[in-house]
Design a protein around this ligand. Structure first.
Ligand code: ACO
Length: 326
């Protein structure tokens, strides 16, 4: 089989803001309880950004750690893709703020907005740009400060989210073109705007001129998420003639433990091979997958050569899956 360029993972890093807010702390100021939150979602705590700490600060901290793990300087990277729905400003792209904070110099840099599916979309775009030789090395970051768009009076949404960032460094590498290659092997993305109003922010520059707050039809999101994630994971595996239970790690978007368990069960993947951080991080939207990957890597459980299935869904609805070999 002929060779082909792959986007191989050569570095990973993450960052969580210092402030931890437990369910107990939330229940002191809202009509909620640790029991309700844990039983419905699996969440025990979340990290929240400090006043003045922006998405670009979280992203920069994660990117620095990813670069250090790759043994690279920022100037050696020529592509920066940042998945976020909580940009520092309406424009320019927060990716350019990160570029500046990293002292990276001229490179391709842009934001991707696919909400909680953002990291899957960002990986796919980086993969495409590396595979078509438009760049050689990419920083792919997911970073969010959802605490800034939550309605802290709405107990049905504000207990679900946290802030954080994670990053991968990808490098274009000529490989054999088989399923044994390392790097991104297959991608499956989709969106369906008919579900726009099930999960959205009720503000924006061209509609209200305000930032707005997150609004959600939780039951509808739950129902759709289980079906779409399962279908997406199966589709991406089929592209390589694999079954989902052949993966070493399933790293789903971390929204809700019950969604994750339902999807893993349908895919036939044992829970021991499923990344789970939602208990400590809550839902960090586009940051949840790289945060989970970094945690698995740091703990030594994610090893070179492992086959990893990443799946995510968020507002839009937008969703997607990526199969990669670590
Ligand atoms: N504490 C206590 N009670 C609460 C809370 C809370 N924080 N929030 C809601 N309730 C109450 C409701 O008011 C309702 O009370 P009522 O029966 O007196 O009216 C009751 O709990 C049940 O509310 P439901 O919304 O029906 O609860 P449900 O079992 O559906 O759980 C939840 C809600 C956890 C949001 C669930 O629907 C869910 O997880 N959905 C998925 C949403 C999600 O993960 N979104 C993340 C963004 S999308 C993504 O990342 C995939």
């Amino acid at each position: 089989m002929s060779g082909r360029l792959r986007a191989r993972v050569v570095g990973v890093g993450s960052y969580l803001p210092a402030r931890v807010v437990t369910n107990e702390e939330l229940s002191e100021r809202l009509p909620t309880s640790d029991t309700w939150i844990r039983e419905r979602t699996g969440i025990r705590m979340r990290h929240l950004a400090a006043e003045g700490e922006c998405t670009s600060d979280l992203a920069t901290a994660a990117a620095k750690r990813a670069l250090a793990s790759a043994g690279l300087e920022a100037a050696e990277v020529d592509l920066l893709v940042l998945a976020t729905s909580t940009p520092d400003h309406t424009f320019p792209a927060t990716a350019t703020a990160v570029q500046r904070k990293l002292a990276m110099g001229p490179a391709i840099a842009f934001d991707v907005q696919a909400v909680c599916a953002g990291f899957a979309y960002a990986l796919s775009l980086a993969h495409g740009l590396l595979a078509t030789r438009q760049a050689r090395r990419a920083l792919v970051i997911g970073a969010e400060t959802f605490s800034r768009i939550l309605d802290w009076e709405d107990r049905s949404t504000c207990v679900l989210f946290g802030d954080g960032a994670g990053a991968l460094v990808l490098e274009a590498e000529e490989q054999t073109g088989t399923v044994l290659d390392r790097g991104i092997l297959a991608v499956e993305l989709c969106a369906d705007g008919r579900h726009y109003h099930h999960l959205y922010v009720d503000g924006g520059p061209s509609s209200t001129g305000t930032v707005g707050h997150l609004r959600m039809n939780g039951r509808e999101v739950f129902r759709y998420a289980v079906t779409a994630l399962t279908d997406s994971a199966q589709r991406v595996c089929r592209k390589l003639q694999l079954e989902p239970d052949q993966v070493d790690w399933f790293v789903p978007h971390q929204a809700n433990r019950r969604i994750i368990e339902a999807v893993a069960r349908r895919l036939g993947i044992a829970l021991e091979r499923v990344a789970l951080t939602v208990d400590r991080h809550a839902n960090t939207s586009a940051a949840s997958i790289p945060l989970a990957l970094d945690e698995l890597h740091q703990s030594g459980q994610l090893e070179p050569g492992h086959l990893v299935l990443v799946s995510a869904i968020g507002g839009g609805f937008a969703w997607g899956s990526v199969l990669l070999r670590w």
